[in-house]
Design a protein around this ligand. Sequence first.
Ligand SMILES: Cc1ncc(COP(=O)(O)O)c(C=O)c1O
Length: 369
Amino acid sequence: MMTHSSQQWPEWLPIRSDLSLLTPYGAPQLESKAQLNTNENPFPPSAALVEAIGRKAREVGESLNRYPDRDAVELRKLLATFMSERGKSDFSSENIWAANGSNEVIQSIFLAFGGSGALGFVPSYSMHPLIAQVTSTDWVSASRENDFSINASKACEEIRASKSNLIFITTPNNPTGTSVPISDLERIAQAAAEIGALLIIDEAYAEFSQEDSATTLIEKYPHVVVVRTMSKAFAFAGARVGYLVAHPKVVDAMKIVRLPYHLSAMTQAIAMVALQHRAELLLSVDSLITSRNKMADELGKLGLPVLPSSANFLLFEVNSPSLVWKSLLDEGVLIRDVGLSGYLRVTIGNEAENALFISALKKSLGGQK
Ligand SMILES: Cc1ncc(COP(=O)(O)O)c(C=O)c1O
């Protein structure tokens, strides 16, 4: 074995020192009867959509010798139409960037704008600080109130005192499910403008919320960037499609940092098929909201306090989260221990999965007495 000085491989693996202690991110991918741990949509695509995707895949297959459209223009046009339909704004493809999941969009934001650091309000989506670290961006964790809300006045003060280029707000927030009113987002946008920072609003779960989307702020506040995904409400997590809505100058910066041909021809094509079926795909949103409210009531009846959720999951209080997590898994129910002391997070599944979760939970709580 080759050595570097006197060390044996892999001790001298030249990984960056700031990464050497990190472990790969990711929820356990375990076999289970009810997979309620990654906030996916439980409803698979309809037979008609699977058929349409298959036809499109065959068509695209015939030209896979060619690179895809580097700028995914047709997909971005369709995403702009979708966002314009939902909001009160009129977006074009110039306002949209798309990539392999919103995680890649977020990574590109860090690559382009990380510079003097990023600030976010924790607990929130743990990939934000992790991507900051991987892209060598300093991360500042600002705190939330005891009920996990963001106090807008305090947040504005913290932003004004910071030197960050990027301010992150996730709303509805993961893992808490709570949302930030649009009026507070506007105040926070003003504070971010004062220090010359972009305000990144991660709206991965926006379709499940009654709040207006922060896209309605972009016209007045061109430094507001809204990150969205097709992984949740669209039930398209496996295809890996995320996007942002922003001023065209932000989109121009994405083109500088993206890898050439980052979004495969297959991904672009099937995402467009899914968007053409958007009415059907988004039908699941209302039924998931109904199930979420029902599950919150059931948890309440079991004496477990639940945070108000505007997303497709619930964060609830429980004694001994890791014991409960394990006993649920023994019953075939996989939920998420997000590492918040005294809490567990459960994704809303289909009716059978939700029922299995509640009965396994009753059993687990009974066993603890
Ligand atoms: C708040 C938030 N943002 C972004 C993502 C990433 O989603 P994707 O990369 O599938 O678009 C997630 C995934 O769970 C999330 O919870």
